[in-house]
Design a binder for this molecule. Structure first.
Ligand SMILES: Cc1cc2nc3c(=O)[nH]c(=O)nc-3n(C[C@H](O)[C@H](O)[C@H](O)COP(=O)(O)O)c2cc1C
Length: 333
C-alpha cells in the first residue's frame, strides 16, 4: 500500500481552493520541509494540470493534490429562488448580477483521469469518500490516498474504504467543512483525535485552529503524525488570498460556521452578509456557491469585507505576515 511521503517536518499545508494556494505557496512550504498540497477545487482538469506543472517547476520535493469528492444534488429549486431574492440587493449594491445556481461535480472524472495518468505521491479527498473504485485506482497508480473525516463514523468508513491516511478536520477549521453529509455536527479537534486514534493504525493528520508550535505539539502528542495548517499561512506573501481577506484576518472579529455564502457549512469571520443572511441559509452546494460567486468577487474587488467570504479558522488572529517557510518553521515544535 502507498504511504504518505516522509517529510522533514510533521506539518502539512492545507489545500485552499479559491486562490490562496498558489504554486509559490505550495513550493515554499514543500521546500521548507513540510508536505504541500495543490488545491484542485474549482479548477478545471486543464487548470489543475498547469498548476501541478508550476509547482514541479519550483520544487523537486514531493507534494500532493486535493480533490473535492463528488456529492449528490440535494438542493430545492424553490429554496434557491427564495434565497436568491433575499441576497439580490447585496449584488445590486455592488453593481453585479447573481450567478446561475447550477449543480456540478467539480470536473471530478477528468481530474481523476489526470492523476491516474500522471500520479502524485499523495491525493487527498474532502467532502466525501467515493465508493466507485477511485481510491483503489489511485493507489494502483502509486498515490497514497488521504481522506478528510470530521466524525468517528466517517473515520471508520474511510478506513473500511481503504484510506492510507485520515485528515481529521476539527470544528475549529477555516473554510468548508469536509463532512460527508450536511447533518454531521462539527466535533472539536481534540475530541475527534481522542475518538479516532484508537480506531485505526493509519497515520492521522490533525487540522483545525492550529496557530502555534504548542498547538502543533499538543496534537502530535495526542497521536497525530502530522499537523495541518491553513489559516496560519493565509497572510504569507506567497498566499493568493486577497488583500482585504489578509487584512481582515488580523482583526479580533469572531468566526462562525455558516452556509450563507456557498450553501455548505464553512467557517469564516462574522460580517454583515453572514449576520443578514445566515438566519435564512440553505443547504444547496454548489448552487449557492455559483449564485454568490460574482457578488463575492465584486466585493473583493471593491474592498468590501462585509460581503466577502472571509474564510478563517479560530486561530486567525495569530496568523503572521511572514514568508511561508518561516511560518512553517515557527509552527514546528
Ligand atoms: C481559505 C481556505 C480554503 C480551504 N480550502 C480547502 C480545500 O480546497 N480543500 C480542503 O480539503 N480543505 C480546505 N480547507 C480546509 C483545510 O483543509 C483545513 O481543514 C483547515 O485549513 C484547518 O484549519 P485552519 O485553517 O484553522 O488551519 C480550506 C481552508 C481555508 C482556510
Amino acid at each position: 500500500m502507498p504511504t504518505l511521503p516522509v517529510t522533514e517536518l510533521p506539518i502539512v499545508q492545507s489545500p485552499m481552493a479559491g486562490g490562496a494556494t498558489t504554486p509559490e505557496l505550495v513550493a515554499a512550504v514543500t521546500e521548507a520541509g513540510a508536505l504541500g498540497f495543490v488545491a484542485a477545487g474549482y479548477l478545471t482538469a486543464g487548470q489543475l494540470h498547469d498548476r501541478i506543472a508550476a509547482v514541479r517547476d519550483r520544487t523537486r520535493a514531493p507534494f500532493g493534490v486535493n480533490l473535492f469528492a463528488p456529492w449528490p444534488d440535494r438542493a430545492n429549486a424553490q429554496a434557491i429562488d427564495a434565497y436568491a431574492g433575499r441576497i439580490a440587493p447585496d449584488a445590486d449594491r455592488l453593481g453585479v448580477a447573481l450567478g446561475a445556481p447550477r449543480w456540478d461535480d467539480d470536473d471530478w472524472a477528468a481530474k481523476v483521469e489526470l492523476l491516474l495518468a500522471d500520479p502524485l505521491p499523495v491525493v487527498s479527498l474532502t467532502f466525501g469518500c467515493p465508493a466507485d473504485g477511485t481510491i483503489a485506482a489511485l493507489q494502483r497508480a502509486g498515490s497514497a490516498v488521504a481522506v478528510t473525516v470530521t466524525t468517528a463514523d466517517e473515520a471508520r468508513s474511510a478506513v473500511a474504504a481503504g484510506a492510507d491516511a485520515l485528515l481529521l478536520q476539527g470544528a475549529e477549521a477555516g473554510a468548508h467543512r469536509g463532512a460527508w453529509t450536511p447533518d454531521a455536527e462539527p466535533v472539536p479537534l481534540d475530541t475527534l483525535l481522542a475518538e479516532v486514534r484508537p480506531l485505526t493504525d493509519v497515520p492521522l493528520v490533525a487540522a483545525g485552529g492550529l496557530a502555534d508550535a504548542d498547538a502543533v505539539r499538543r496534537v502530535l502528542t495526542a497521536g497525530a503524525s502530522y499537523a495541518q495548517v491553513g489559516t496560519a499561512l493565509l497572510r504569507a506573501p506567497e498566499s493568493g488570498a486577497s488583500e482585504p481577506h489578509k487584512a481582515a484576518l488580523a482583526s479580533a472579529a469572531e468566526t462562525t460556521i455558516t452556509r450563507a455564502f456557498t450553501g455548505r457549512r464553512a467557517r469564516g469571520l462574522v460580517n454583515a452578509f453572514i449576520r443578514d443572511h445566515g438566519p435564512a441559509e440553505i443547504e444547496a452546494y454548489p448552487q449557492v456557491h455559483h449564485l454568490t460567486r460574482p457578488l463575492r468577487a465584486a466585493a473583493t474587488k471593491a474592498g468590501d469585507p462585509d460581503r466577502m467570504a472571509l474564510w478563517a479558522g479560530t486561530g486567525h488572529a495569530s496568523a503572521q505576515v511572514a514568508p511561508a517557510g518561516a511560518i512553517i518553521r515557527a509552527l514546528t515544535p
